[in-house]
Design a protein around this ligand. Structure first.
Ligand code: ADP
Length: 483
């Protein structure tokens, strides 16, 4: 089975967000499997051979990797033909081929900022989609499935239909976050070479003056998936599916929800199920010291934390702001590590300032993976009050460290955290419901036998990629079984 996974990033070479983690970890887990090993109809020893293709952004970290140029493509786009260098390397510690597409004009942005000089993000990825299809053609069309990810890859199915009519690979389009859609100028359709009148879905979309690449991906692909079973159901409703809920309802028979996994090797942990009591205590001491919160009875008081993007539209930052004074009043300590919308970062920093030198709150607006590890391991609870959450990684990472998540019951949070077993959850997105869950966490904190049982429940969870990769393989097999 030959799969080409197309994405805008792949960790650790190009890492911008969670999508990069998926593109870097899923192929490594898939290449360990063989077709039929998950109980499908065809039991063969055929390996799962998966390549990953991404733009070769200048920010790509290739030090220590063997990168070689394999060929050049001529990619027609706009009024000219553009040369794209095809570079190849391997994902570290694997046999997975990574194909890096190089073009100085179109892929000169990337990294933390996608924006190149005069090229919009949507133009960059429209060009990328065309280059990917030219690569597939140049490789004599040998992939069975092209696995597209998010809006960046939204035009690929149409282009495959045009360029390889009657013989194109099957396509899967995975939605990682429906709210980021890639809305671009309608002229991009012409520039990429999609002929007006050939694709009714495109004609219908551009009538309002622009092209929505997420919409194109959703409507044109053969199969659809998203990153948790609950989010797959939620996006069929107006509340979570927004303008796409009806389109998604029409395609529900072809939509699956497969939970993302965690690459545990990226999260070092100095304790396990046997010695966690000692390990977590040490980590808590270290964390308090590092953040200047040590002293008095700090070690005895519960630490509530948050790690993530300061995005008030998604991450429940408004609820967090309301909850902090209550956590402090009840005798807890609050720690936050996150970057994002400046206005909300400032609100959090000001709140911290209002406590003077009371050593009960620490707000860190930086991106610091080492500090994140220490917060995960040294905290007692991790708050995740997201308004919506396609999958969410932080709650699964917290479990790995024996830190109990307090989550809003949505999306992937609902699929991974179970009230009273491995964490706490609240149903309605409101300050009251969130506060109640926090109050319950406090109660549990002082009831050591329940607390210890829950921590052990958390440490026992397994959200490794192996399980999720098996589910993707089942889906690929289902796609190929269909004529
Ligand atoms: P997102 O919606 O941003 O993908 P996730 O919960 O799925 O949210 O994943 C967030 C990931 O990014 C986690 O691995 C988390 O530890 C990491 N992370 C987020 N913000 C920071 C930060 N400021 N410093 C270090 N790591 C961070």
């Amino acid at each position: 089975m030959k799969i080409l996974l197309v994405a805008s990033e792949v960790a650790p070479i190009i890492k911008i967000g969670g999508l990069g983690d998926v593109a870097g970890a899923l192929p490594k887990a898939l290449e360990k499997l063989t077709v039929g090993s998950r109980g499908g109809s065809k039991n063969s020893n055929e390996p799962v051979n998966i390549d990953v293709i991404v733009p070769f952004f200048p920010s790509a970290k290739t030090q220590g990797l063997e990168v070689y140029k394999s060929m050049e493509l001529n990619v027609p786009f706009d009024t000219g033909t553009h040369t794209v260098g095809v570079y190849k390397t391997k994902l570290p510690n694997s046999n997975v081929d990574v194909i890096l597409l190089y073009n100085a004009e179109y892929f000169s942005g990337g990294g933390t900022s996608f924006f190149a000089k005069n090229i919009s993000e949507t133009e960059m990825f429209t060009f990328f989609d065309r280059a990917v299809v030219e690569y597939i053609k140049a490789g004599l069309n040998f992939y069975d499935i092209v696995h597209c990810n998010d809006w960046h890859t939204g035009l690929i199915t149409h282009l495959l239909e045009d360029e390889l009519p009657g013989d194109r690979p099957k396509t899967l389009f995975t939605i990682h976050n429906l709210m980021y859609q890639g809305v671009g100028d309608r002229n991009l359709v012409k520039e990429v070479g999609i002929v007006p009148g050939e694709h009714p879905l495109v004609d219908w979309d551009v009538e309002d003056g622009d092209i929505n690449m997420m919409q194109q991906g959703i409507t044109s692909c053969d199969y659809l998936s998203t990153v948790s079973p609950s989010y797959a159901e939620e996006i069929l409703t107006p509340e979570f599916g927004g303008e796409f809920y009806e389109i998604l309802q029409n395609r529900a028979g072809r939509l699956s929800g497969i939970l993302n996994g965690v690459d545990y090797s990226a999260f070092p942990r100095s304790y396990n199920l046997e010695n966690w009591q000692e390990g977590k205590k040490k980590a808590k001491e270290e964390l308090l010291k590092k953040l200047g919160l040590a002293g008095d009875s700090a070690l005895e008081r519960p630490i509530f934390s948050f790690i993530g993007r300061i995005d008030p539209n998604q991450k429940g930052i408004d609820l967090i702001l309301e909850a902090i004074p209550e956590i402090v009043k009840k005798g807890g300590t609050f720690v936050l590590l996150g970057t994002g919308v400046k206005e909300w970062e400032n609100k959090l920093l000001e709140l911290a300032k209002s406590y003077g030198d009371k050593k009960c709150i620490s707000i860190n607006t930086s991106f610091d993976m080492k500090l994140a590890d220490l917060i995960y391991s040294g905290s007692d609870f991790l708050v995740v009050p997201s308004k919506y959450e396609p999958c969410g990684l932080i709650q699964m990472i917290a479990l790995w460290y024996g830190t109990l998540p307090i989550v809003h019951q949505v999306g992937g949070l609902k699929d991974t955290i179970f009230q009273g077993k491995n964490g706490f959850s609240f149903e309605k997105y409101s300050v009251d419901d969130f506060s109640q869950a926090i109050a319950e966490a406090f109660k549990t904190y002082y009831d050591k036998s329940t607390l210890n049982k829950m921590i052990e429940g958390a440490l026992n969870e397994d959200f490794s990629w192996d399980k999720s990769a098996g589910k993707y393989l089942e889906l690929y097999e289902r796609m190929l079984a269909e004529s």
